[in-house]
Design a protein around this ligand. Structure first.
Ligand code: GAF
Length: 387
C-alpha cells in the first residue's frame, strides 16, 4: 500500500511536470493511545505514527513559480515565490501556505518548486491528515532547500500554521507524532517541555483497531476552540486561589473541590476531565512497560467517559461504537480518539478477532444510523521521512 502510494504519486508528478521528482517524502497520520485534549493543557500524551501516509513528490525549479498539485482532490494551486502569503479560500492550500509563511522567516529562498501530493490517510477521521500535510511539506522543503530547520521546529511550524492560516488552536501532539514517530513505539510527550521518550507499543496478543464512524467532525473548529477557552477560564480561577498551581499538572481534585462553586458546573466538568486525563496518561505508560493491557483497556474506557460526559467532545455515533464493544470479551478497551465530534474510536482488541468484531459492529451501526462503518487495522510506524 505504501509502495503503491509512492508509485502513483511519482507517476502523477511525471505526468504533470514532465520530469522525475528530485525527491519523494512520506508523512504519516497518527493515533493516540491515551491523553486526549491535554496537549494544550500542559499535559502528557501518548501518540504514535501509523502506516497511513501523505506522499509528496517534489522538485525545485528556476522559474520562481510554485505549483502544488493535490492529486486526490484533482486540484492545484499556483503562485509566485515572492507573492505575499495570506490565507485563501481553499482549506487544503492554507495548511501549506501557513508552513511556507513561517519557513520564509527561516531563510526560505525566493525560489520555485513543483509538488504532487496524495494520501492514504482518511480525511476527517481524526487521524491527523492535516498534521501530515503540514509536516510533510515542511520536512520536504527543509531537505530540498537545505534550510537547517530541526525536526522539533518542523512540528512547531506545522502547529503554528494551523493556528494562523487554518484557525484551529490545536496543541502540538499531532505534528510531533507525525514527525517523531518510530516503528512499534508510542511517544510519551511532555507537552510543556517537548521532552519525549519512546515506550514499547507491542501489545502481544492484542492489536489496535480503529472504527471510523464516517461522521465528519463539522463542529471541530468551533468546538475545539471553545474547549480551549473554557479550560483557560477554569485554570485562571484555580490559579487565583492557589498560587502553587502553575498549570493543570499541578492541580489536584482538592484544588478543584475548593473552587467548585466559583467554577460552576460546566468549567468544573472540563477541568475535572483534564486533571484526570493527565493522571491516566502516566498510568497508561506504566501499563505499557508492564504489559498490563487489561488495565490499559480500562483506562481507555475511563477516558471515553470523560470525553463524552465531562469534556463533551464525543457524538452519538462514536458513543454508540464504544458502547457496542463494551460487552465483547475480545475487546479490552475503547474510546473516542482525536479532536472529537466524529472520526474514529480506537479499540484494543484480541488479535485474530478483528474481522468478526468489524462485521458485528458494522451491522448494528448500519441498523442504528444507516451509515457504513470503515475499519482500519493499523501498524505503528516511523515518522516523516525521505523515501
Ligand atoms: C486534535 C488536535 F490537533 C490535537 O492537538 C489534540 O488536541 C487533539 O485534537 C485532542 O487530543 O487532533
Amino acid at each position: 500500500m505504501k509502495k503503491k502510494l509512492i508509485k502513483e504519486t511519482t507517476k502523477h508528478f511525471e505526468k504533470q511536470f514532465h520530469n522525475k521528482p528530485e525527491a519523494v517524502f512520506l508523512s504519516p497520520g497518527r493515533i493516540n493511545i491515551i491523553g486526549e485534549h491535554v496537549d494544550y493543557n500542559d499535559g502528557f500524551v501518548l501518540p504514535a505514527a501509523i502506516n497511513k501516509y501523505i506522499c509528496f513528490a517534489v522538485s525545485t525549479n528556476d522559474t520562481g513559480v510554485c505549483t502544488i498539485v493535490a492529486k486526490d482532490l484533482n486540484d492545484a494551486y499556483k503562485f509566485h515565490s515572492n507573492d505575499a502569503l495570506v490565507p485563501v479560500d481553499k482549506m487544503w492550500v492554507n495548511y501549506i501556505l501557513g508552513v511556507l509563511h513561517q519557513l520564509k522567516s527561516k531563510g526560505f529562498p525566493e525560489k520555485g518548486f513543483d509538488i504532487v501530493f496524495s494520501s492514504s490517510i482518511p480525511m476527517g477521521a481524526g487521524l491527523s491528515s492535516s498534521a501530515a500535510l503540514e509536516c510533510g511539506f515542511g520536512y520536504a522543503m527543509n531537505k530540498l532547500f537545505d534550510l537547517g530547520v530541526s525536526k522539533e521546529e518542523i512540528a512547531l511550524i506545522g502547529q503554528k500554521s494551523e493556528h494562523t492560516f487554518v484557525g484551529v488552536k490545536c496543541g502540538i501532539m499531532d505534528q510531533f507524532a507525525s514527525v517523531f514517530g518510530k516503528k512499534n513505539k508510542a511517544i510519551k510527550l511532555d507537552c510543556t517541555s517537548l521532552e519525549y521518550e519512546y515506550h514499547n507499543a507491542n501489545f502481544k496478543k492484542y492489536a489496535l483497531l480503529l472504527l471510523d464512524s464516517n461522521v465528519k467532525h463539522t463542529h471541530l473548529t468551533s468546538g475545539y476552540n471553545d474547549r480551549r477557552n473554557e479550560v483557560e477560564q477554569g485554570l485562571s480561577i484555580i490559579k487565583s486561589h492557589f498560587p502553587e498551581v502553575k498549570s493543570f499538572r499541578d492541580c489536584t481534585e482538592n484544588h478543584l473541590a475548593n473552587v467548585k462553586n466559583e467554577l460552576g458546573e460546566l468549567l468544573f466538568k472540563r477541568c475535572h476531565f483534564v486533571i484526570n486525563e493527565i493522571r491516566r496518561v502516566n498510568e497508561a505508560v506504566a501499563t505499557l512497560d508492564k504489559n498490563d493491557f487489561e488495565k490499559l483497556g480500562q483506562l481507555m474506557y475511563e477516558t471515553h467517559e470523560g470525553l463524552s460526559k465531562e469534556y463533551e467532545v464525543s457524538c452519538t455515533e462514536i458513543d454508540f461504537l464504544v458502547n457496542a464493544v463494551r460487552s465483547e470479551k475480545s475487546v479490552l478497551g475503547a474510546r473516542m480518539m482525536g479532536g472529537g465530534f466524529g472520526g474514529c474510536s480506537i479499540n484494543l482488541v484480541e488479535k485474530g478477532t478483528e474481522n468478526e468484531l468489524i462485521a458485528k459492529v458494522s451491522e448494528t451501526y448500519r441498523n442504528a444510523f444507516g451509515i457504513e462503518l470503515s475499519a482500519y487495522k493499523i501498524k505503528i510506524s516511523k515518522g516523516t521521512t525521505k523515501v
